[in-house]
Write a protein that binds this ligand. Structure first.
Ligand code: ATP
Length: 356
């Protein structure tokens, strides 16, 4: 039984199709990230799931029961969902404890108070129970917003870019805390983000959207290592683009051939290669035919890894500019010649011009 299921949902604002035939399920205790570029329809999906946007087409089910279809429209407050938004949306005239107690219905004043303090303790904010939200930092306000959403123990949590108002150090800390709190709560979570690293950090599964449709859904490792389109491959960080023509089920590259069995003979393809798939060694260390040669244009230390800019002779005589990312410190001198070995598990072949 799915905690939340959107089935063939479509939604338009006038002429703009924001969501186009989207189906997505979230199991109990599962955290699914809805990922995609700005304007692809993520927030609209979340608002439809919450009941904040009237359903136009399709069905929304919770625990296999329709909460929105052509006959039913359960209002947001009766859907047992917890909502967390980017702007925290705390009530300014209520104390932190009263903000958290706000959504607790059917309890005595004393029980509301003790539940509110219990959840505030979980998010490390019990010491601020009596203050007003405007006296808190952004990170603290987001913890309170999370506590408020979790307090009624909802079966489904819906989060819309919950960390994007925070600076990067705080963001890393709060999203780590949030991941563990959500997992402990056992709620099914749908979280919207445009940040692929954040999605991979948080999600059991990712649904990557493009122009209202799901381009691919699966575990982060599926999307990263087995992208089904150039759009999906390119969305997870910078990627090197090469072009080629399929010959006998393979495409030649400066680093040896790459298998392309699913493409017809003569197809013009692009080969997308992650920067970490280019392994660099001193010339002569390997003599295999699968190794190409590159000239170093520049080397930069990026912290956990080094980025090496390479110039490689392309098939039509012009030079290609490629990036290799090497773990740790690896800073070869400008103009040094290096052997390049390609990790084929991170090289992906798609028909040229296949943007989605
Ligand atoms: P972002 O990451 O920028 O918030 P998003 O992926 O969440 O984007 P949505 O906010 O769902 O995307 O918007 C999808 C499309 O629908 C966009 O083209 C947007 O302009 C349009 N849209 C969203 N809400 C409305 C509205 N209330 N009225 C008209 N158009 C809207």
């Amino acid at each position: 039984m799915d905690a939340l299921r959107l089935e063939q949902v479509s939604h338009a604002f006038g002429e703009v199709v924001a969501v186009d035939d989207l189906t997505l399920s979230i199991a109990h205790g599962e955290l699914v990230c809805l990922l995609g570029p700005s304007g692809c329809g993520k927030t609209t999906v979340l608002r439809i799931a919450a009941g904040l946007e009237a359903l136009q087409q399709g069905r929304v089910l919770m625990d296999d029961k329709p909460v929105a279809d052509d006959k039913v429209a359960v209002p947001p407050e009766q859907r047992a969902v917890g909502l967390v938004f980017q702007d925290y949306a705390l009530f300014p005239h209520l104390s932190v404890a009263d903000n958290v107690a706000f959504g607790l219905r059917g309890l005595s004043a004393q029980d509301r108070r003790s539940r509110s303090l219990e959840v505030l303790r979980q998010v490390g904010m019990a010491g601020s129970a009596e203050v007003f939200p405007h006296t808190l930092s952004g990170g603290q306000q987001q913890r309170v917003a999370l506590a408020r959403a979790l307090a009624p123990a909802p079966r489904v949590m819906l989060l819309d870019e919950p960390f994007s108002g925070l600076d990067s150090r705080l963001r890393n800390m709060i999203r780590d805390e949030t991941l563990h709190l959500l997992k402990e709560s056992g709620a099914a979570t749908l979280m919207v983000t445009h940040d692929p690293e954040e999605a991979m950090f948080m999600a059991d599964r990712v649904a990557l959207m493009c122009e209202g449709r799901i381009a691919q859904k699966g575990r982060p490792t599926d999307l990263y290592f087995a992208p089904e389109s150039a759009f999906v491959a390119s969305f997870f960080g910078e990627i090197n683009h090469l072009e080629g023509i399929v010959q006998g089920g393979r495409v030649p590259t400066p680093f040896g051939e790459v298998a392309a069995p699913e493409h017809a003979e003569g197809t013009a393809v692009e080969i997308l290669i992650r920067p970490e798939a280019l392994r660099l060694q001193p010339l002569g260390a390997q003599g295999a035919a699968e190794v190409g040669t590159a000239r170093v244009m520049a080397s930069r230390m990026l912290g956990r890894s080094s980025l090496v800019h390479l110039s490689v002779n392309g098939s039509e005589g012009h030079d290609l500019h490629l990036h290799a990312r090497i773990p740790g410190r690896f800073l070869p001198a400008e103009d040094e010649l290096l052997a390049v070995h390609l990790d084929r598990s991170q090289a992906f072949v798609f028909p040229r011009g296949d943007a989605t």
